[in-house]
Design a protein around this ligand. Sequence first.
Ligand SMILES: Nc1ncnc2c1ncn2[C@@H]1O[C@H](COP(=O)(O)OP(=O)(O)OP(=O)(O)O)[C@@H](O)[C@H]1O
Ligand SMILES: O=P(O)(O)OC[C@H]1O[C@H](OP(=O)(O)OP(=O)(O)O)[C@H](O)[C@@H]1O
Ligand SMILES: [Mg+2]
Length: 285
Amino acid sequence: MTKIRIAIQKSGRLNEESIEILKDCGISIDNGRDQLKASSRNFPMEVFYLRNGDIPQYLRDGVVDIAIIGENVLIEKGEDISIAEKLGFSKCKVSLAVPKAVKYTSVQDFQGKRIATSYPNTVKNYLADKGVSADIHIINGSVEIAPNIGLADAICDIVSSGSTLFKNNLKEVEVMLKSEAVLAVSPQITSERRDILEKLQFRIQSVLRARQSKYVLLNAPNDKLPMILDLLPGMRSPTVLPLAEEGWSSVHTVIKKDSFWEVIDELKQAGAEGILVCPIEKMVL
Ligand SMILES: Nc1ncnc2c1ncn2[C@@H]1O[C@H](COP(=O)(O)OP(=O)(O)OP(=O)(O)O)[C@@H](O)[C@H]1O
Ligand SMILES: O=P(O)(O)OC[C@H]1O[C@H](OP(=O)(O)OP(=O)(O)O)[C@H](O)[C@@H]1O
Ligand SMILES: [Mg+2]
């Protein structure tokens, strides 16, 4: 039987959430991290546990068909590799930073400066685009320490909360790109495996949609219903059911997680009572 070969990070920031999203898609994987290769019991899939930085090459060579990887790594070394889905986790930026004490005016300030980074292509392309040429020092980790030890004038690295920059007395001055985990596809994928990919994407989309939504149930007096229904979008339209108590209804609907606190406040003001908010496991359109 043909199986799709997926690469996920062996260990590191993407590992757990990659396994989690496959699990939420109903795909259970035998064996744990100790083995570099594992098979699914209930989906035609083989999982390869690899280093994040090596994954673009494996995709390019067709050794794996798909991968869960940071978009930033694809931008750095896999521009020929396509993205099938954005996965909504491991959100971060790739930014340029300089010591706090440095007066920064514009990207031109990087002309002739030494920049330490694990993302040489990203920096070079970004600066070349602006007519700036700098001296790039490639280092693989603890990049933020480089200015403090006199190795560089500036750095380019991943920024999320900003606390690593802060601890190293640096300030972010240019955001070069924004990234999140993505499902990437090998240019060599066969049509048979593409069919399996489509099934996987269908499941991933249902999982992501569900993660972004909440199921809301509330009670309301019938005379307040028009105002309340106005506030609620719902997948098609909200469900309204009569309560045992005369003159009252129960309203069920789905709302976006982001807008949820605002909507709840408005619903209360409009006369809604006994509001329940529940997670949704899957959402199939
Ligand atoms: N602080 C962070 N916040 C959010 N996402 C991050 C952060 N740091 C890294 N990421 C994302 O997670 C990915 C993996 O990061 P991680 O540090 O685990 O791996 P790595 O050391 O770059 O790779 P490798 O697996 O090759 O050792 C990055 O490529 C990026 O997309
Ligand atoms: O803005 P922050 O929230 O501080 O996150 C940014 C830091 O996170 C990443 O390092 P990581 O912790 O993955 O360590 P690593 O260098 O060993 O990969 C990245 O390389 C930055 O150093
Ligand atoms: Mg890291």
